[in-house]
Write a protein that binds this ligand. Structure first.
Ligand SMILES: [Zn+2]
Length: 166
């Protein structure tokens, strides 16, 4: 999955999570979830996030490889643990965990899959599309539409920007 799709998916996962938990939609939490959706690719020095922190991504990549431990059941269990311990009290921690886990779910939807049972190399996938393909492009449009419908449109309506045009 491409970085932009991960971010859109992370943003939308946070919207879904906030809806389920009855949380208000704070812009900063939405943005944190979007940014956190790029964290698992810290294991790839050329990824969007990995290229920002080469001093971390190079050694992690050398030791674990791309789509290794950061995309595994260890990461999911760590996310569940952190969420259970801190996520219900602190919205921002929850946004980081939801964004992070959305990345793994997103990668699982691609042909490449994720090595849930790392260090076993076999990857688990529910292949809906291939990274960078036409279907991913459609998914990006759908996620953008959803984001506009849930966040951007109500925000514009609330601020009165829309009234001046209609
Ligand atoms: Zn990834």
């Amino acid at each position: 999955m491409m970085a932009s799709t991960h971010v859109l998916f992370g943003l939308n996962c946070w919207l879904g999570y906030a809806q389920l938990r009855g949380l208000p939609l704070h812009p900063e939490a939405i943005l944190i979830a979007g940014a956190a959706s790029l964290l698992p690719d810290i294991d790839h020095p050329k990824s969007t996030f990995g290229s920002m922190v080469p001093f971390l991504s190079r050694p992690i990549s050398a030791i674990f490889g791309h789509r290794g431990i950061t995309h595994s059941l260890f990461a999911i269990l760590a996310g569940i643990f952190i969420m259970h311990r801190y996520g219900y009290q602190t919205e921002y921690v929850a946004a980081i965990v939801v964004g992070y886990l959305s990345h793994l779910a997103g990668d699982m939807l691609t042909n490449s899959g994720v090595p849930l049972l790392w260090p076993v190399k076999s990857k688990i996938a529910i292949p809906v599309f291939s990274t960078g393909g036409f279907v991913e492009w459609l998914v990006r449009i759908a996620l953008t539409g959803l984001l506009c419908w849930i966040v951007v449109w109500p925000w514009l309506a609330k601020t009165g920007v829309l009234k001046s045009y209609f």
